[in-house]
Design a protein around this ligand. Structure first.
Ligand code: SDX
Length: 385
């Protein structure tokens, strides 16, 4: 195999079909089961989008009511999950905390019989596991932030929809409808994006007939990296470093001279802008107005203008999401766990799709190590260090 046939990072390689979403860089568009994500974000509760990703159609009123009831019944932080989180040091990264919590949920899920042969689960079991993780994650993420702040757990409220309850459990007070709407939009925008690194990780794990929760744990590990989900946290670190719009040019010139990656910009698929950014930027603008923080918009616009004009590389979804989550009051380290809470819907939709039409994912490699050699006659080189 020649070096030219190798596609490092699988860049541009189509490895399978999917009906879950269509990412189209030519038209800079993203469809979830055929619906433009902008339309979903502007009109739907996150609960309806979760249903769409799992079932392929938007829910009827009764189907949405049934999903809401199922989710509300599983919102509370389970005692064994809380106990596992409490064993972790407060300094543990929240992504490790959430990964651990999900692993406890998986290890406690003995409904599958626990045997290797039962691991992959039936379609009904996997749908129930998907809804359970989607319902359980907000309390896990909210408790993690409150624990680090020395605040008590806030129990869920059954009278609030998903987004409003997530904010209630995190901050212990009812959020303004403007904030709930912006947060709901971010959950929809983060939910799904075809074969991104974490979703593909989940599909690889699923392809061995391992269980759904193991695939989600693996996806969490992939999402943590700053080249992927960790970028929204990294964007906020950059904003904190720069401080204000006046500092953008000197900061950027130094960063580019040091060959730093400017987190929140660039994308493997979108090369002329991320289709989700305008919708998330609009949500950020409503939060800037709501909290009266024009300096955030000034810094955002200045860095975008200076970087795009220098490198021709455009913002991705993580760029507006970081400052938006900061304005709402989430700790910076909580940002990527929020991505998990949303993307668990896309991951599990792909896990169920992979299970339904499976083939073990096992690519080839081109060997470039030593030629064949043999032990007999091997004499260790006494001078070797
Ligand atoms: C997400 O795949 C998905 O769908 C992911 C995601 C999803 O919803 O699941 O959209 C979520 O992960 C968004 C991306 C978040 N990551 C970041 O913001 C990290 C910063 N971005 C870069 O690391 C980079 O843009 C990637 C990794 C996202 C994409 O990189 P590619 O396609 O592999 O391109 P590349 O790294 O080879 O870059 C090409 C050139 C390079 O220059 P040269 O070395 O050829 O001179 O562009 C440069 C890069 O250095 N470049 C950047 C840059 N992004 C690309 N230079 C500085 N800062 C950047 N952000």
């Amino acid at each position: 195999m020649t070096e030219t046939e190798i596609k490092k990072g699988l860049a541009g390689v189509v490895v399978d079909t999917t009906a879950v979403s269509k990412v189209n860089p030519e038209t800079n568009s993203l469809l979830y089961r055929g619906y433009p994500v902008q339309e979903l974000a502007a009109t739907q509760p996150f609960e309806a989008v979760a249903y769409l990703l799992w079932h392929g159609e938007l829910p009827t009123d009764s189907q949405l009511a049934a999903l809401r009831a199922e989710e509300r019944a599983q919102r509370a932080l389970a005692d064994n999950v809380r106990a596992a989180i409490d064993l972790l040091p407060l300094e543990a990264h929240p992504m490790d905390e959430v990964r651990t919590a999900v692993s406890v949920i998986g290890a406690s899920d003995t409904a599958g019989g626990g045997s290797v042969l039962d691991a992959s689960g039936s379609p009904e079991q996997n749908l129930a596991r998907s809804v359970h993780l989607y319902a359980a994650l907000p309390a896990i993420v909210a408790y993690g932030q409150r624990r680090r702040r020395g605040q008590e757990l806030v129990p869920p409220r059954d009278d609030l929809d998903y987004a409003a309850n997530f904010l209630w459990m995190t901050f212990g007070e009812e959020a303004d409808p403007v904030v709930v709407d912006a947060f709901n939009r971010s959950m929809i925008l983060y939910a799904e994006h075809s074969f991104n690194a974490s979703t593909f990780t989940a599909r690889v794990i699923t392809s061995t007939l391992s269980d759904l929760t193991s695939a989600v744990v693996g996806a969490i590990g992939a999402l943590k990296g700053p080249l992927h989900g960790g970028a929204n946290e990294a964007v906020m670190h950059i904003f904190d470093e720069i401080g204000s719009a006046e500092n953008v040019v000197p900061w950027l010139e130094t960063a580019l001279a040091e060959k730093r990656k400017i987190m929140g910009f660039g994308h493997r698929v979108y090369k002329h802008g991320d289709s989700r950014v305008p919708t998330m930027k609009a949500a950020l603008d409503t939060l800037v107005a709501h909290y009266d923080r024009p300096e955030v918009a000034a810094l955002y616009d200045a860095l975008e203008h200076e970087f795009v004009s220098r490198k021709g590389i455009y913002p991705n979804l993580d760029y507006p999401s970081g400052p938006a989550y900061n304005l709402i009051g989430f700790d910076t380290l909580t940002f990527t766990p929020l991505f998990i809470a949303s993307r668990v819907t896309g991951w599990t939709a792909h896990i169920m799709e992979q299970t339904a039409s499976n083939a073990l994912i096992r690519p080839l490699s081109a060997y470039n190590g030593p030629d064949e050699r043999h032990i007999d006659g091997y004499v260790p080189d006494a001078t070797a260090q």
